[in-house]
Design a protein around this ligand. Structure first.
Ligand code: ADP
Length: 382
């Protein structure tokens, strides 16, 4: 008997974000195909094509086999994306939106034009320009390479331009317009993230704003909702993210990373136009998780409810993994001691600092939920 033909979603990138779209696709009866960078990646459980995403010919061939193309990362070059769009294939988010997630200078420029709150910033082309910016901002600045950074790579706090001399040489050689992004060193109380999903036809779904905790430039914990956020803070965060989703024409998931400053302002730090670490809690903690919502949004289907299932959800990343053996070796201990905690294993080889999984705990008392999630994550890493 011939199988019923399913809607096909193609995901560029084979990491854990593509992997976590698989169960959502199975539930919806959507066929997920992955265009991965290498064999045996995290998302290899789905039908996988291995290729070079910077090769327009290869990507076009893959795209012709699906109904809509979406992403696990933001690295596909603009000209390659435009080749796919020009062939009449749906791409969500499209290149016009994605360019602002690919280049931090363009993002700062556009958000400033839209009147959104961002840290003081400047495009600096020479060490002299950077030293002037530092002098005008209390003797320090955060310098960022506009392209290709992630998990804090390509971000440095400096007190003089000499500390990033080699970055000037690199941006002068290629990529972007030969400038680095300089930002004021924001005095923040904590970091927040606001996630929304937007359909091509315009509907937007908004989750509660969450608190994110970074260690060594990598997200380590997320608390949903952010403590003490009910009311004004939640409203302002939601308004900012909706304005960005609409102003930039984002389709699919959007995560807006925010600083809550010590003088009670919200400033936009970063954008991700795909499911994001700050939204993993929603898989277990909300009516609709971010991976299912992303599929609904890119297929232009009505979006699911975003309400929390319990008062608190805490997600803790499993970083590095066990020094010896596998995550699965620790299942008996973790599951016996923490039966209410949900485990998500990315199927990756443990390595220091690498995100190999996450756990989520839900409950009514924040202290208990934090304790449970941290204790469960600790079983998997030493
Ligand atoms: P990446 O894209 O690599 O995640 P980000 O721009 O998000 O880089 O910066 C990584 C981290 O560096 C942020 O989560 C924050 O902790 C810190 N950071 C970034 N920009 C600033 C800033 N202007 N002021 C203070 N801290 C910053």
């Amino acid at each position: 008997m011939r199988a019923r033909s399913a809607v096909r979603v193609g995901v560029i990138g084979g990491g854990q974000l593509a992997r976590m779209m698989i169960p959502a696709a199975v539930e919806l009866g959507v066929e997920l195909r992955v265009f991965a960078e290498a064999e045996g990646m995290s998302a290899a459980l789905a039908a996988t094509h291995v290729g070079d995403y910077a090769d327009a010919g290869q990507l076009l061939e893959f795209a012709r086999g699906v109904d809509v193309v979406t992403f696990d990362h933001e690295h596909v070059p603009q000209d390659v994306l435009r080749t796919v769009v020009d062939a009449g294939i749906a791409v969500h988010p499209g290149p016009d939106a994605l360019r602002y997630a690919q280049d931090k200078l363009r993002m700062r420029e556009r958000l400033s034009e839209l009147g959104l709150p961002v840290p003081d910033w400047a495009a600096v082309r020479t060490p002299g320009e950077l030293d002037d910016f530092i002098a005008a901002h209390g003797g320090a600045a955060v310098v960022k390479t506009p392209r290709g950074g992630y998990d804090g790579k390509g971000v440095r706090v400096v007190r003089g331009a000499a500390e990033v001399a080699e970055w000037f040489a690199t941006v002068a050689e290629g990529g972007g317009d030969g400038a680095l992004l300089a930002e004021e060193l924001v005095d923040f109380r904590r970091e927040l993230a606001q996630q929304v999903a937007r359909r091509p036809s315009g509907e937007i779904a908004v989750w509660p704003v969450v608190e994110t905790v970074q260690r060594g430039g990598v997200c380590s914990e997320v608390i949903a909702p952010a403590p003490h956020s009910a009311g004004r803070l939640a409203d302002v965060a939601a308004q900012i993210a909706v304005q960005i989703a609409e102003g930039l024409g984002v389709t699919g998931m959007l995560a807006v990373e925010l600083f809550e400053t010590t003088d009670d302002r919200l400033l936009v730090n970063e954008l991700a136009m795909r499911p994001h670490n700050s939204g993993h809690w929603s898989m277990d903690g909300a009516t609709t998780g971010q991976f299912e919502q992303h599929l609904r949004a890119v297929l232009d289907l009505p979006l699911g409810g975003t309400g929390s299932l319990e008062p608190w959800a805490v997600m803790v990343n499993v970083l590095g993994g066990p020094a010896e053996g596998t995550l699965e070796d620790r299942y008996a201990e973790a599951f016996a001691e923490h039966p209410t905690v949900k485990m998500h294993n990315y199927g990756k080889t443990p390595r220091p600092g690498r995100k190999v999984g996450h756990v989520t705990a839900l409950g009514a008392e924040l202290d208990d939920v934090v304790y449970e999630a941290r204790a469960a994550a600790a079983v998997f890493q030493d």
